[in-house]
Design a protein. Structure first.
Length: 142
């Protein structure tokens, strides 16, 4: 029997709204500056805004998925880690701020490769807590 596939948003709704609001405020502010957006220096400002908007879009659509094989997150660049390779998992979670700041999941392989995943889904987070406990028990067994 395989474990069910759990999937949920990587970031909380309030964080997504905050990202949109901050990027919108930054764009509004830059439009009030005396910048010629078609000059060389203006194109740098446009490029910076494009990167910011791409990051905000990635925050909006980012999803964390946990299945029986791997944990993965869609992001600016997709990241994943196989559970069989995982040696260590630590969840950094400030429960009183989880409405704004998504819990971070620090995962490391036996070879030292690491990745940080975010999840605001309670189901995915509970499954990751169980995985964290299992990996800790396995380490203590040695």
């Amino acid at each position: 029997m395989t474990a069910p596939v759990l999937s949920g948003p990587a970031f909380s709704k309030s964080f997504k709204v905050l990202a949109i609001a901050l990027s919108g405020a930054l764009i509004a502010w830059s439009l009030m500056l005396p910048i010629d957006f078609f000059s060389k220096s203006g194109l740098w400002v446009v490029a910076a805004h494009a990167l910011i908007l791409y990051t905000v879009w990635s925050i909006q659509i980012s999803v964390t998925t946990l299945d029986s094989v791997q944990i993965k997150q869609t992001w600016i660049w997709n990241k994943s880690m196989n559970l069989n390779d995982m040696a260590y998992l630590k969840i950094i979670h400030v429960s009183s701020l989880s409405w704004l700041i998504a819990p971070r999941v620090y995962a490391r392989t036996m070879m030292g490769k690491f990745a940080v995943f975010y999840t605001s889904s309670p189901e995915v987070l509970n499954a990751l807590y169980a995985l964290e406990a299992k990996l800790k028990a396995d380490r203590q067994a040695f």
